[in-house]
Design a protein around this ligand. Structure first.
Ligand SMILES: [Zn+2]
Length: 55
């Protein structure tokens, strides 16, 4: 796949970073029959319900 240097993160995938500097990844968990999505920091393993809660 060619990378267009003029195109900045053109996708719907928005990146979020924790206050520790780690990247926040979305995780899908299955809990008591329900699908739950959480945001977790790769580095310090802090998890929040939404990426915006890391501020
Ligand atoms: Zn962190």
């Amino acid at each position: 796949m060619a990378v267009n240097k003029n195109a900045r993160t053109s996708s719907s995938t928005q990146k979020f970073f924790c206050s520790c500097g780690g990247e926040i990844k979305m995780k899908t968990l299955f809990e008591s029959g329900k699908v739950k999505t959480i945001a977790e920091c790769e580095k310090c393993k802090r998890s929040e319900r939404r990426p915006s809660d890391f501020k």
